[in-house]
Ligand binder design. Sequence first.
Ligand code: SB7
Ligand code: NI
Length: 185
Amino acid sequence: MLTMKDIVREGHESLRIKANKVELPATEEEKVLLTKMLQFIKNSQDEEMIEKYELRSGVGLAAPQLGISKQMIAVHFTDHNDRLYSYGLFNPRIISHSVEQTYLPGGEGCLSVDRDVPGIVPRYARITVKATTLEGEDVKLRLKGYAAVVFQHEIDHLNGVMFYDHIDQNDPMTPPENAVSVDEL
Ligand code: SB7
Ligand code: NI
């Protein structure tokens, strides 16, 4: 079982390099790892598991956060319409995106960052993601608002990008002109 001990923190190079594509079909070992990543995220939202294993809650996890430089992400969350997004994905990529931007009013955090970094993180309001699921099926996901933000946060980890790289140092709290809050999408 994965715990917070397995999560690498800022300063680890895997958080700052581009992750390698997973050659498909994925190996049994890669599938087991991705399954564990998804289970970790589910556990991190379960009150009893949080207490027992001192987990921090999260909605997603990327393999580079385990020091593993491979294009693998797990997400598990529901959006404002109660739609569940629960996926282990290989080689996810954004194939198109809106011009319009969005942001979480409260900013973002990261399991690999042990400090609060306040500020608006501009993201595309809508994205289309292509990926291969744990089961080996190719999927195309159309995402907007909160779901789009979470996927962009995770896919950034595969490119060595941290959420605070997107914060405007000179004016961290002012959203860009073409950005609306996720609550308005
Ligand atoms: C806020 C938090 C996350 C995504 C988008 C907004 C995920 C936090 C957990 N992670 O560090 C995953 O990389
Ligand atoms: Ni993160």
